[in-house]
Write a new protein. Structure first.
Length: 385
């Protein structure tokens, strides 16, 4: 069996990394970037901070802040219009996963043709993506998706009303400026929801099918960082060490999940497109239930994670260690102020059949350690309700 590994992302990491924007822009030949973000990032003043830094670097920067919390194809179309009207030559993505993914999509469509669905990863869309893309700088303000180092983006498409993964190594930003100081102002609920996303990425990547020992090692350490630092980051938003560790855990999760994800993400994606729920929050609620479902196929690996997280020692039995992992991830939700059931977020039983159908259309469950049927998806939604 042939396996392919690729880890070329350039990362500038640490407090003050934002100050390297000018240097990185010059190296990439950037002069007229489009800053892509969302209204929340603008409202909290972070967009102005980036615009000021870009101005000091001599960049003529245009602003596009029309990104929805769960990005849709219209965001990409309007962003492309803004790019072309301002005669931009590059993209700076600023924010959480949604602005960063839309920035990637705008960048793609500068040199590629619509419709976006032709690039769907489930339809071998990567084969249609070439490397002739304008430069991109990614600046994360949350520690969640790790999209700043990822080679994929997720957009809700008009044609299917489904969260669609578009994947290609060409989509990776040229550089990620990972400055934990930009995450210090995140409110506790956003810190918790995005952090649960990072944790889920690492856990699902480690448990997913496939031979990727490099990704396994990264996911293993990323999961340990996330579970150990998320409560600290939520309870003291100025804890720079915890914020730094969470930002690293998020990037590690995004690197690791090129190996694959699992049923948690297939279940969570329709909850964004159908119920407009926060992706990381629903990941956190669903994760313990999916782990219990996966126990027959992944108990040994679950034991590895429990030992790494110091929830169990090497003398414990495999079932005991797996149970300790599930118990800890269940207890984490109230500890960080997140709902423990989907019902608390407004999901109702009559929504489940359609949600389950959409979950089966999502490709992430194909690498789940235990095969899933539509009936399994129904059962998992019901348990999480």
């Amino acid at each position: 069996m042939i396996s392919r590994f690729s880890f070329p992302t350039r990362i500038v990491f640490g407090s003050g990394a934002l100050g390297e924007l000018g240097t990185e822009a010059r190296q990439l030949g950037i002069k007229r970037p489009l800053l892509v973000t969302d209204p929340g990032v603008v409202a909290c003043g972070l967009a102005d901070q980036i615009l000021d830094e870009a101005c000091r670097a001599g960049l003529v920067t245009s602003l596009f802040a029309g990104v929805d919390p769960n990005p849709v194809e219209k965001n990409v179309e309007e962003g492309l219009d803004a790019y072309q009207e301002a005669n931009c030559d590059s993209v700076i993505g600023l924010g959480g996963g949604s602005p960063l993914d839309v920035a990637k999509a705008i960048r793609l469509m500068v040199t590629h043709r619509f419709p976006l669905e032709q690039y769907d990863d489930q339809m071998d869309g990567a084969a249609r993506i070439h490397g002739n893309l304008p430069p991109m700088v990614a600046i994360a303000t949350t520690a969640g998706t790790g999209s700043e180092v990822g080679r994929s983006m997720v957009i809700i498409l008009k044609s299917t009303d489904r969260k669609t993964v578009i994947f290609s190594p060409h989509l990776m930003p040229n550089v990620a400026l990972a400055d934990p100081q930009l995450t210090l102002g995140m409110p506790p609920k956003i810190t918790a929801g995005t952090g649960l996303d990072a944790l889920t990425h690492n856990v699902e990547a480690y448990l997913s099918q496939g031979y990727q020992p490099i990704c396994d090692a990264i996911a293993f350490q990323g999961a340990k960082l996330a579970v150990g630092n998320l409560p600290r980051a939520v309870h003291d938003g100025r804890d720079l060490e915890a914020r730094s560790n969470m930002l690293m855990a998020a990037m590690m999760g995004a690197v690791a999940f090129q190996k694959g994800l699992g049923a948690v993400h297939s279940l969570a994606h329709p909850l964004s497109s159908m119920a407009n729920l926060h992706h990381g929050t629903t990941n956190g609620i669903l994760l313990p239930h999916v782990l219990e479902f996966n126990r027959p196929a992944a108990e040994e690996r679950m034991r590895d994670l429990a030992v790494a997280m110091e929830l169990s020692d090497s003398r414990a039995s495999v079932p005991e260690a797996a149970a300790a992992l599930i118990a800890r991830l269940s207890a984490l939700l109230p500890e960080v102020g997140i709902a423990t059931t989907l019902g608390e977020l407004g999901v109702t039983r009559d929504m489940i059949p359609r949600l389950a159908r959409k979950a089966m259309e999502d490709a992430c469950h194909q690498s789940n350690p235990r095969p899933c049927t539509e009936a399994d998806m129904v059962g998992l939604y019901e348990k999480a309700l």
